[in-house]
Ligand binder design. Structure first.
Ligand code: SF4
Length: 412
């Protein structure tokens, strides 16, 4: 097996559930902490199961990237992060230059814990800022305030300037209820003042079962119109490009050399380990999803232990091959787009099929190609920035219709 070089660890705890979030998280209250604070026994017992899950694997290659995400991993005290990283090192080994990212929430860490994470081996932080407006943060159901966010940005930026970490990223959400172009510009410029070398800018998406979906259904919340949200997205791309950022994926911007190596693994179709509640790993091109409920996850780990080491690599009923339509969508979201010759090779297309299928796709994309939303170079196609990326939805829909038509008429 081509063993993964990357590992994801899921820490499912949060202080509270934000109004837009449908992740598998366990809210522990605003005062929770992994040390001895409220909720600490829940965190400790989860970590014990997570350690046991990691111990279930005793094969693999040294790792090149680790991502500790959640949830709010900065609820863990540094010693708990040390414990997890030591275990991964013992199991797999680390390649030199390994990228170790920790998601971090403003108001859940201080100078000492930040230093502790760095001493544990973390060399990249991803800070969930979301907004620099107290009113918006409140409407999102976030716990932190702008003043806490400013302190968090200053602390991380200072840690980066002093060379203790290799990079850091700031997450923002755009196209929020009531947001206008000027508000957004102010938010983005404020974020850039802290000079993060990487920015993730996500569009708000309304997920079923969240407070936001309920508010929308009751007519208590309005999202920006299509025109405004398209202007907001274009403005993001223009401002960040002027500031030297390169858009390497629809929602991700980096100063050269600061793209997240770990995220690129997900988008490239390579394998990765994943451990923890609801986490999905990819081995030998197949997905493996763990239960999203805590009791079920614990039971699942126990069952794997009964089956013996590496059983999680062999039991097939949770496996799902990565569907090609997903590879298409993920591929088109990246700056480099998709090389259809390589894509076709994976599907066993011969030269005749390749030409016929590409011709067919170009017919579907006729308007978008004419409008300059898609760039063509040999067999490689990618979305242009900002126009193609802003109108990506329509392009992705056309691509999926093309994909379905190939399957329906067996022209593969
Ligand atoms: S902090 Fe992040 S993971 Fe936790 S509830 Fe809020 S959005 Fe979800």
């Amino acid at each position: 097996m081509n063993y993964p070089r990357s590992a994801y660890l899921h820490i499912p705890f949060c202080h509270r559930r934000c109004f837009y979030c449908d992740f598998p998280v366990v809210p522990l209250g605003d005062k929770a902490s992994g040390g001895n604070g409220p909720g600490s026994s829940s965190i400790k017992s989860y970590l014990e199961v997570l350690h046991r899950e990691i111990l279930l694997v005793d094969q693999g290659k040294p790792l090149s990237t680790i991502y500790i995400g959640g949830g709010t991993p900065s609820l863990l005290i540094p010693e708990q992060v040390v414990g997890l990283l030591d275990l991964l090192k013992l199991r797999f080994g680390f390649l030199s230059g390994i990228e170790i990212t920790l998601e971090i929430d403003p108001a859940s860490f201080d100078e000492f814990s930040l230093r502790g994470y760095v001493d544990a081996g973390v060399n990249r932080f991803s800070l969930g800022a979301q907004s620099f407006d107290d009113n918006v943060l409140h409407k999102l159901g976030r716990r932190h305030t702008v003043s806490q966010l400013n302190d968090a940005c200053n602390l991380i930026a200072d840690t980066y300037r002093k060379g203790y970490i290799t990079s850091w990223s700031l997450d923002l959400i755009q196209n929020l209820p009531g947001q206008g172009l000027l508000d957004w510009e102010k938010q983005l410029l404020k974020a850039i003042e802290f000079s993060p070398p990487h920015l993730s800018v996500y569009d708000l998406s309304i997920e079923e079962g969240t407070v936001f979906s309920w508010k929308i259904r009751r007519g208590e919340m309005d999202l920006p119109s299509h025109e405004i949200s398209s202007d907001i997205s274009k403005l993001t791309s223009q401002i960040l490009r002027k500031k030297g950022f390169s858009r390497y994926e629809i929602s991700n911007y980096a100063i050269p050399g600061h793209a997240s190596r770990h995220n690129r693994v997900y988008w490239s179709g390579a394998n990765w380990w994943a451990f923890g509640l609801g986490a999905t790993s990819c081995l030998a091109g197949k997905r493996y999803s763990r239960p999203r409920k805590r009791k079920e996850y614990e039971k699942w780990v126990k069952t794997q232990e009964l089956h013996g080491k590496n059983s999680a690599l062999q039991i097939s009923n949770h496996y799902q091959s990565i569907p090609f339509d997903e590879l298409l969508i993920v591929g088109l979201r990246r700056r480099e787009g998709i090389d259809f010759r390589v894509f076709g090779e994976a599907l066993g297309w011969d030269e005749k099929n390749l030409e016929a299928n590409i011709l067919n796709l170009k017919m579907r994309w006729k308007d978008q190609l004419k409008m300059g939303l898609i760039k063509e170079s040999g067999y490689r196609f990618c979305l242009t920035d900002p126009d193609g990326m802003e109108l990506s939805n329509q392009i992705l829909v056309e691509t999926l219709i093309w994909w379905d038509s190939l399957n329906n008429y067996s022209s593969l």
